[in-house]
Write a protein that binds this ligand. Structure first.
Ligand SMILES: [Zn+2]
Length: 421
């Protein structure tokens, strides 16, 4: 502990101060104008006086900000539904003007890219998807495909590109949101790619990028089960195992902005080899390639099945359903490792809800009651109630909507900020 003693000597020097050192601009609460706008959007319709109550500020301090936002065309006044038996003039409420802006969300994937345009109130205007050959591609090809999908969306909506304020982009793998980099992705060749910049110069729009699991978490936060929750976790089962964490109503991204790598937490020292090169990762027991690896050996599939990993997985699942004991054991074992992963998340973060999601959730062995029961059994439960654990098998378009909220946040921050100038 010598180092600690030296350090504490240093920091207790007179004049060194104590307490967290937080830059003045790093306030965790957005400006009040932004809070007013966000409050109206989250409520759909809300009378002015209730905005003030909701934000716990005086009606007078809200009034000017509302006028600014009305003047800038970001909010409008609408007729609020009358109370039953109410008389006189119908009450007036505030709502976001949907046509104040439009953004795009795109989820890139190995087989199908999905996209959506949403308006400023967060409502879906149009959805589309683009099938592609399943192969690891050069980034230039993905940029081209994203542009084709964008054109498809605009045609379908009868809109011009100039009407859009930005693009949110979801990429599977390890993504640095702050720098807009795809550090590694199972669908892109190469590493450390400036994907946001490449997309932005091709599409002519600002681009925000994040990993798939964060997008799904944003979708739950904006539209789903997490809207009213301060703290919840989303665990995704796709090609790998991902995770998103909401703390105090905000997505937590960590110091390096690459998100939470639940798939590479260790569940067995010196265990199975993971595609990251290390051993014993959760992903090496639960993900597609782990199941395929087991299936190839146990079911002798490498001789019979000539197709992709997807074909082998489907065959494994069919055999498990048909009562093949070896196939069932493979899913059950994966399920047990998944329970350990879920329990670790609960033990670490104490969320009020854990949502299991992703394409692999259709393999119901992975979230069978005994998997959830085992997760509960592995969780320390002396001092607290166990959280709800829910399974959601959303389609790709939900991920695209999550991507769109990335762009919507950025666009509204910019426009709401301008409204005060
Ligand atoms: Zn790993």
């Amino acid at each position: 502990m010598q180092g600690f003693a030296e350090d504490s000597d240093k920091i207790t020097l007179p004049g060194a101060g104590c307490g967290p050192i937080v830059p003045a601009h790093d306030s965790s609460a957005p400006p009040l104008r932004q809070q007013v706008f966000d409050c109206v959007r989250s409520q759909g319709q809300i009378p002015r006086v209730d905005v003030a109550k909701h934000l716990n500020v005086s009606p007078a301090s809200v009034s000017t900000l509302v006028s600014d936002l009305l003047g800038a065309g970001l909010l409008s006044e609408v007729e609020a539904p009358r109370e039953p038996g109410g008389r006189g003039r119908p009450p007036v409420a505030l709502a976001v003007r949907p046509e104040a802006g439009f953004v795009v969300g795109i989820k890139l994937s190995d087989q199908t890219h999905s996209g959506v345009i949403i308006d400023f109130a967060g409502r879906t205007v149009v959805e589309a998807s683009l099938n592609r050959p399943s192969l690891r591609s050069e980034i230039e090809l993905l940029v081209e495909e994203a542009e084709s999908l964008l054109r498809l969306l605009l045609d379908k909506a009868g809109m011009e590109r100039a009407q859009l304020s930005g693009v949110g982009l979801g990429v599977p793998g390890i993504v640095d949101h702050a720098r807009g980099m795809a550090l590694w992705s199972p669908i892109i060749r190469g590493t450390e790619l400036p994907i946001a910049e490449l997309m932005s110069s091709r599409l002519g729009l600002p681009v925000q990028v994040d990993n798939d699991a964060n997008l799904l978490t944003l979708a739950e936060l904006w539209y789903g089960a997490g809207r009213g929750l301060a703290d919840f976790a989303v665990i995704t089962l796709e090609y790998g195992v991902g995770m998103g964490l909401v703390m105090d109503h905000k997505l937590y991204r960590g110091a390096h902005s690459v998100g939470m790598e639940l798939g590479h937490t260790k569940v067995q020292l010196d265990g199975a080899l993971c595609r990251c090169g290390q051993r014993g990762c959760l992903e090496a027991y639960v993900s597609d390639y782990a199941l395929v690896r087991e299936a190839s050996v146990a079911l002798d599939l490498h001789r019979t099945a000539s197709g992709s990993a997807q074909v082998i997985l489907e065959s494994l699942y069919d055999q498990a359903k048909a009562g093949n004991e070896a196939a069932r054991t493979i899913f059950r074992r994966a399920g047990r490792f998944l329970s350990a992963g879920i329990a670790n998340v609960i033990n670490l973060f104490d969320p009020s809800l854990v949502i299991l999601s992703g394409a692999r959730m259709k393999y119901d062995y992975l979230y069978a009651e005994d998997v959830l029961a085992e997760a509960r059994a592995l969780t320390l439960n002396k001092a607290r109630a166990l959280p709800r654990i829910e399974a959601n098998a959303w389609g790709d378009l939900v991920w695209a909507r999550g991507a769109a909220t990335l762009a919507l946040s950025a666009a509204s921050e910019a426009l709401v900020g301008e409204a005060g100038q």
